[in-house]
Design a protein. Sequence first.
Length: 227
Amino acid sequence: MKTKYSLPGFLKVTAIPTLAWTSPRPLTLRPPLISFIMLVIGQILFGLGEAMLIAAGAGVSPWTVFAQGLAFHTGMTIGQTTFFISTFVLLFWIPLRQMPGMGTVLNIIIIALVLDFSLPYLPIFEATSLKVMQAAAGVFITGFGGAIYLIANLGPGPRDGLMTGIQRHTGFPIAAVRSGIEISVVAIGWSLGGVVGIGTVLFAFGIGPCLALCLSLLRAVFAPRTE
């Protein structure tokens, strides 16, 4: 008798939940205050998670590998190259018919600033085990921050908009789409000289499931209860 195995429920998530801080309109310059606050909190956490990966020194996220490679060839800071890449990614929104919002613009600015301003204050560990733990924590914090600001519904960041646009057109699960994007980007970044390591592997294969898990957890905790 064969035993059937199925994916955990959170890995099948295909939509962003609507919660208390979800803005009723994504394309607005006057969002609810709670939506704006949660958007900023989510993006700060996202940038902090990325910075933790860099500080761990065990390999960075695929997009930061790309940013490092570009920085190596241009002399710009990680924050500056991240800003440039995020702006460039918006061009891919055109065929996906994605519309930028307040969250899209703030994502480009906030994450770049958090990277450059937080890195000098993050701890640097010598032990490999601590480096890996810091990298793993960075992946989770990035996924948690991403889930918070996506739920705010004020326009996804350039990279998340690429993810949600592809998901909408293909119908594939969010975890699969995000992981596919990250794996593709790390190949480009590595070819430019970006740093690849265990942290990169953790992010490439872990960010999709972490994002999906955090979306599921936030929905379970904050979704209105029905009698």
